[in-house]
Design a protein around this ligand. Structure first.
Ligand code: BGC
Length: 750
């Protein structure tokens, strides 16, 4: 403001100054029709110096919260100088309002900042980790979780979330498998879309929405041996068939930004990949938002060994089509020089700046830069009762019942005594999982508290830790065994600590860490009903534990309302309905293992040594993709079709009858898989192509119909064309990916 007034005053004496500075500023700040966003962008860009343009291509972290190597302390000075256009890790309404004030009132052009943050599964009210949310297979629930996150975060001064993470991953050693939607393309696409819808709503301008960011582009989930940041070496077929589709789905849903990944692909780091950014994203897919790098990933291209120094790294990135440099200060330090040397064209810079400004205009920041920083809205939104209720609901929907022998669960609330054992039973911090934004451990309700609140006054709930998650010793076993031996039922909360998955948290061994396995073995020796509550951010390999426990509930990291949500499931107030979004192997040696593998030329035959198998473990997983039990049982009829041959313009309807044959009302996720029997290239043994959730009361049955067209049968043929091929297909419908009930159909040439 001060500056504007100064220009106005000076303008009295120096009309040129007035015209250059004041009028145009009003022009781009005025939303008055009929000016389009593109025209408004033009009016800003014609005022900008090269340095100011590069500022818009620069994103720095605040000193609040650091999620990687810190490189700058003086970001506030940079804001003042117009050398930075975006800030991340700064949040809360008042704090961001002040930073915005500096940008708007103290810089030459007053271009507002965009504030980003990793709002992945909640801002203050924390929902289950993304892999857990995906286990709900409930698109409405997942959209709702993102919606609530956006309502809270936008009230706290944020505009932009670095989510959804849409990386497919088939390697449970990779800690970041916890941040995505699992192993499958179809489910991954649906989750990507639901999350983008939830974050962005219908209107980016609305003050309760955030612009989303599809990350990490691309194929980050294919890191070799599951080691984070490691090399990716996959075929273009696998890239296009498996890793790219969720990005495209996010784009089709209108996602505003993309983030490049740390890994290399085809020998080129993603942040310098012209193929990924310029050719596929910008040209082939026509993306018109902006592309930010991951944290210092431009600088890291020096270590990758494709450029000699950071300046060259910046040139590679800018020329590949990167629009914004996250935290690396490479554009900030070197890009102007590169432009002077004509290593990067002015058009390239303009193109990037236009994309960044477009999003700022779409967010309405030029109309009112403070519209997202509203202290009273923030107070009302954070941890609002309806948000906590939504978090509890999504949490229980995300839980997967892995085992339930002799109907151990649900438990009665009238039991005389329950022994609660395990290092995770009282933990609040672990419920948050990784990337918990502004979520605080003290706001989380632990499992022990949730259980105590749920039981009747006749039930005594005893607790002993037993051992730590990692390290420690077995000195806590004796007190744990003592209370366990006095109880009617034992609930053991075991798994991984929250920081054992997420970024830079790969594991080479994916069983229960520390002394937890020994603890479970000792508890199982008591002969009491033993219920395991698992908290973990990846598939674990639990073959022994699976034998020893009577019931197992996978709860992931369930968020702020984790304790009550788990209690809801254990006591039957909610009948578990989650299904695995990722395969649980028997041991780490089976990895990568996923349901949609290829048949091979020597499919496994137990009677033939020379077939594709192991000497020491079966080929099958411990729990397949799509698997999860309910307290009730569902019976499936064989699928039927309305026609067994069909042409490329026809629809084939596949139908199945599902009956609830158990004692409880329950939700079933009916899954449809196809197998293309003969293709010009080999096809997976199964591919998910549809799912529907239905609720049935005991004894009730319902027919479920899926309509398939050639769109569902397309793949990249031998010439890498996305097309269908006539021939026979098996269509399976059932409760998980190991379903065998199928009906055969034939797609005719015409
Ligand atoms: C992560 C991203 C994250 C970024 C900003 C990086 O280290 O890979 O997923 O969005 O930091 O916090």
């Amino acid at each position: 403001m001060v500056k504007h007034r100064l220009y106005a005053f000076l303008g009295l004496f120096f009309p040129v100054l007035f015209i250059q500075q004041w009028l145009p500023m009003r022009e781009y700040n005025s939303p008055a029709p009929p000016k389009t966003i593109e025209e408004r962008i033009d009016s800003v860009m014609k005022l900008m110096t090269l340095e100011e343009k590069i500022g818009q291509m620069t994103l720095f972290t605040s000193d609040w919260d650091v999620t990687g190597p810190t490189m700058r302390a003086n970001y506030k000075e940079d804001i003042k100088k117009g050398k930075v256009g975006a800030i991340f890790n700064a949040h809360t309404a008042a704090y961001n309002r002040e930073l915005q004030r500096v940008a708007v009132e103290e810089t030459r052009l007053g271009i507002p900042l965009i504030f980003g943050y990793d709002v992945i599964h909640g801002y203050k009210t924390i929902f289950p980790i993304s892999l857990g949310e995906a286990a709900s297979w409930d698109l409405e629930a997942v959209e709702k979780a993102a919606r609530v996150a956006a309502i809270e975060a936008s009230a706290a001064g944020l505009h932009w979330t670095f989510a959804p993470m849409v990386d497919i991953s088939r390697d449970p050693r990779w800690g970041r498998i916890s941040e995505g939607a699992g192993e499958d393309v179809f489910l991954g696409n649906a989750m990507a879309r639901a999350r983008v819808r939830g974050f962005q709503g219908d209107d980016l301008k609305a003050t309760n929405t955030l612009v989303a960011c599809a990350k990490h582009y691309a194929a980050y989930g294919a890191a070799q041996a599951g080691r984070d940041y490691h090399t990716v070496d996959i075929s273009e077929r696998t890239l296009r068939e498996t890793y790219l589709p969720p990005f495209k789905a996010a784009l089709d849903e209108g996602v505003g930004t993309f983030m490049t990944s740390f890994n290399e692909l085809f020998g080129v780091p993603a942040s310098g990949s012209e193929l990924l950014i310029d050719q596929i994203l910008k040209t082939e897919w026509n993306f018109n938002g902006f592309i930010v790098t991951d944290y210092t990933s431009i600088n890291e291209m020096v270590d990758h060994g494709v450029v000699a120094d950071e300046k060259e790294a910046g040139e590679l990135a800018a020329n590949a089509g990167v629009d914004m440099d996250m935290q690396g200060a490479v554009f900030y330090n070197y890009l102007a020089q590169s432009v002077k040397e004509k290593k990067v064209s002015k058009q390239q810079i303009d193109e990037a700046v236009r994309r960044v400004l477009r999003i700022k205009f779409q967010l309405g920041l030029f109309d009112d830069p403070y519209r997202y920083s509203d202290v009273s809205r923030q107070e009302a939104a954070l941890l609002a009762p309806e948000h906590l209720e939504a978090a509890r609901d999504v949490a229980r929907k995300s839980m997967v019942l892995l085992k339930n022998d002799r109907q151990t669960l649900p438990l009665s609330k009238e039991l005389k005594s329950i022994a609660v054992i395990g290092p995770l039973a009282t933990s609040q911090a672990d419920l948050l999982g990784s990337w918990h934004a502004a979520g605080f451990a003290e706001d989380c309700v632990s499992l022990l508290s949730g259980l105590k609140d749920a039981v009747s006054s006749n039930t005594s709930v005893m607790y002993a830790k037993g051992c730590d998650v990692i390290g420690g010793d077995q000195s806590g076993f004796a007190p744990a065994l003592t209370i366990a031996s006095q109880a009617d039922v034992i609930i053991a909360a075991v798994g991984e600590g929250w920081d054992m998955s997420g970024e830079a948290a790969s594991r080479s061994n994916i069983d229960l860490p520390g002394h937890q396995k020994a603890l479970i073995k000792a508890l199982s020796g008591l002969g009491k009903p033993l219920v395991l509550v698992l908290m973990n951010g990846r598939p674990l390999a639990l073959p022994e534990v699976h034998q020893q426990a009577d019931a197992m509930l996978e709860t992931w990291y369930a968020g702020t309302m984790g304790g009550p949500a788990i209690a809801d499931v254990l006591f039957g107030d909610y009948n578990p309905s989650g299904r695995l979004p990722v395969t649980f192997p028997r041991n780490v040696g089976q990895v990568p293992i996923h349901y949609n593998m290829k048949n091979t030329g020597r499919p496994m035959d137990p009677n033939d040594k020379y077939t594709s198998k192991y000497l020491d473990v079966e080929n099958t997983p411990l729990y397949p993709f799509g698997y999860g039990l309910s307290y009730t049982q569902f019976e499936y009829s064989d699928p039927t079709v309305n026609k067994s041959t069909f042409g490329p313009t026809e629809t084939v309807s596949v139908e199945v009858n599902v009956k609830n044959t158990g004692q409880y009302e329950g939700k079933e996720t009916v899954q449809l898989y196809i197998r293309d029997l003969v293709g010009s290239v080999t096809r997976p043994v199964k591919e998910l192509k549809g799912f529907q959730q239905i609720v049935l009361t005991p004894g009730q049955s319902r027919s479920v119909r899926f309509d398939l067209t050639v769109e569902d049968l397309k793949f990249y043929n031998r010439d890498m064309e996305w097309t269908y091929e006539p021939g026979e297909f098996d269509i399976f419908i059932g409760p998980h990916s190991a379903v065998t009930n199928a009906v055969r159909v034939k797609l005719l040439k015409k």
